[in-house]
Design a protein around this ligand. Structure first.
Ligand code: GLN
Length: 280
């Protein structure tokens, strides 16, 4: 069997199992099984596939057929300017969250030495992306999941920023170390009745603890804001990602906790998504 034939077979299986992006997914998974990039695959379609490669590929297809996200199967996701290793213990970095990174970078001067805290760091994609571009800043990332912290540490190691970041496996309630110039969080904010309407890829495979914000969606947003008001320095800035329908509610909680609203920023679908506020 050559690459073209096995590629078609993969697409067919995915199509039969209602995977919408069957052609693209089959190509990505075959490139990953062959350990070559997609352009090389396309240029070598008449090459013969080995039994070992075929075995890997068909195993990937079996996983994708059950809606497992591509990033978990190939083991990484591109975010901002880097590749992040991901696994089922953390949310897959979203391109909408790059807006949070962009806003923070706008706020932090290239030479300033700010202390940054990332609450619910997951794979570490937000804090590591910032530290990569602001070489004098230092960071702390916390997460309630021990396995997420393991992964974030690994990402810091392969990106060579281990010496400017500390990760703690901690619940936000128990964390009271230091004061920060900047706090960032993309907390779980999906409300209960919306959770069941999420894509199968998301609801059946990504960690519920990284998505679910309780019955009204605000349980973790509230906690993050309350704790941030203690952990942040005066005039420090808080950057939050929340649901597009949670802006008004979040602004209310921020005000109650002594934060002044600077601006609300839209996501890639032009929906309000990020809130930037200052502790006064
Ligand atoms: N934006 C994510 C999603 O729709 C949710 C992320 C979160 O809850 N923090 O899947």
């Amino acid at each position: 069997m050559n690459y073209q034939e096995i590629l078609n077979k993969g697409s067919e299986i995915l199509k039969l199992n209602n995977i919408k992006t069957f052609n693209l997914d089959s190509e990505i998974l075959l490139s990953s099984a062959l350990k070559i990039d997609r352009s090389r695959l396309i240029l070598n379609l008449d090459k013969k596939i080995s039994n070992r490669e075929k075995f890997f590929f068909l195993n990937f297809i079996e996983r994708r057929k059950k809606n497992e996200p591509i990033a978990y199967i190939i083991g990484f996701k591109e975010f901002w300017k880097n590749k992040f290793i991901v696994n089922k213990n953390t949310l897959i970095p979203r391109s909408d969250t790059e807006i949070l990174v962009e806003q923070i970078l706008k706020e932090i001067n290239i030479d300033s030495a700010k202390k940054i805290l990332d609450i619910g760091t997951g794979s570490g994609c937000i804090i590591l992306s910032i530290l990569n571009e602001r070489r004098k800043c230092t960071g702390v990332g916390i997460d309630i999941s021990k396995n997420a912290i393991k992964l974030a540490k690994y990402n810091a190691k392969i990106q060579h920023i281990k010496n400017r970041i500390k990760f703690f496996n901690s619940n936000i309630d128990n964390f009271c170390r230091d004061k920060y110039d900047v706090i960032v969080s993309n907390p779980p904010y999906i409300e209960l009745n919306k959770f069941f309407g999420l894509d199968k890829d998301v609801k059946n495979h990504e960690p519920k603890s990284a998505l679910s914000g309780g019955i009204d969606g605000y349980s973790k947003i509230r906690l993050v804001i309350e704790k941030s008001s203690i952990l942040i320095k005066e005039n420090g800035k808080l950057f939050l990602e929340v649901g597009f329908n949670q802006i008004k509610g979040t602004l209310k909680i921020l005000k109650l906790n002594g934060f002044y609203n600077n601006k609300v920023v839209k996501d890639l679908a032009k929906k309000n998504r990020c809130i930037i506020s200052t502790k006064i």
